[in-house]
Ligand binder design. Structure first.
Ligand code: NAP
Length: 306
């Protein structure tokens, strides 16, 4: 039986594993996708100590660090179920195998939010994607639309503008909630056009995407012809495993945690984008901070012999 199972291979999970390893706890870290949401950041300009590093490189560093400890075991598997078992917990994987641990840290992050309009599912992977920074390079010399007004959308539009012929940044409000850094970046590109106070109501296509339909006219038409649509309208916390175990959620559907990152279930902690911590400010720095606190809390919990 492991002392702790950390579920999630992102920034919060790897940070928790680094702290747990140094507390000399037998640590399992398991998840489906190495690097989590962090690998989608084309440029990370706010990770202290690195003026500029790419998300995939930063996450590779996290993984190397966490797995450099002999008492950390990484498994790249989808966890299907977490249940109480004796004095601890049992994790069951998609391949039917299982492990047991005395404590759990949920660092399961979040999944991209879907828009829910006609054409979205039909053209998913055929011009519709949920990561502009990952997929923009397939649209060299083409016209694309980026939807949303947060960091993901505005950063995505700035990155897409480096390769695409034209980028339409379509946002439902008149102002962006993204960092002014990214707004300045996108403002400096002469091939980005803002389509503000506008919603996309349908994604149009034949075999692949051919355009978007808007809820109001833009340049005399309620349609814009594009080859790709990047939907960057935020994320939904991945709480299914924690909910099934009985962890309470907050009103924004994140796992409710205290200052010590403890959830409502004894022996279960949460950290990173999935938790209610850090004022819901989802960043590399806050995920790492929460991961370290969760690591310390697991140590204290086990020391107390709970
Ligand atoms: P976000 O901050 O939640 O922003 C989502 C955007 O999508 C908002 O502008 C929102 O509009 C819009 N939106 C939400 N639902 C919509 C709908 N149904 N239809 C149309 N528009 C909709 O999400 P995010 O940009 O993915 O960022 C998530 C977190 O990751 C944030 O904490 C962000 O700072 C962080 N992040 C950081 C970086 C970086 O530092 N490099 C990069 C990416 C993301 P409203 O404005 O009207 O609410």
């Amino acid at each position: 039986m492991y002392d702790v199972a950390v579920i999630g291979l992102g920034c919060a999970g790897y940070t928790a594993a680094i702290y747990l390893a140094r507390y000399k706890l037998e640590t399992l870290i398991v998840g489906e996708t190495e690097g989590g949401m962090g690998i989608t950041a084309a440029e990370v300009g706010n990770w202290p100590g690195n003026i500029d590093i790419k998300g995939p490189d930063l996450m590779e560093n996290f993984k190397k660090h966490a797995t450099s400890f002999e008492n950390v075991t990484q498994k790249t598997l989808r966890v299907e179920k977490v249940e109480k078992s004796g004095k601890g917990f049992k994790l069951t994987y998609q391949n039917g195998e299982s492990d047991e641990a005395k404590t759990i840290v949920f660092a399961t992050g979040s999944d991209k939010r879907h828009l829910g309009v006609p054409g979205e599912d039909e053209f998913s992977g055929k011009g519709v994607t949920y990561c502009a920074t990952c997929d923009a390079f397939f649209y060299k010399g083409k016209d694309v639309a980026v939807l949303g007004g947060g960091d993901s959308a505005v950063e995505g539009a700035a990155i897409a503008a480096q390769v695409a012929k034209k980028v339409y940044l379509i946002h439902r409000r008149s102002e962006f909630r993204a960092e002014p850094y990214w707004v300045d970046e996108v403002n400096s590109k002469d091939n980005v056009e803002f389509v503000l106070e506008t919603n996309v109501v349908e994604i149009l296509g034949d075999k692949t995407v051919t355009g978007v339909k808007l809820d109001k006219e833009f340049n005399g038409s309620d349609q814009i012809a594009v080859d790709g649509v990047f939907i960057e309208i935020g994320a939904v916390p991945s709480t299914a495993l924690a909910e099934a175990l009985g962890c309470e959620l907050d009103d924004r559907k994140h796992i409710k945690v205290g200052e010590d990152m403890a959830t409502s279930v004894k022996g279960v902690f949460a950290a990173g984008d999935v938790s209610s911590g850090s004022n819901h400010f989802a960043q590399f720095a806050t995920a790492a901070g929460e991961g370290s606190v969760a690591g310390n809390s697991v140590f204290n919990y086990l020391q107390a012999g709970a």
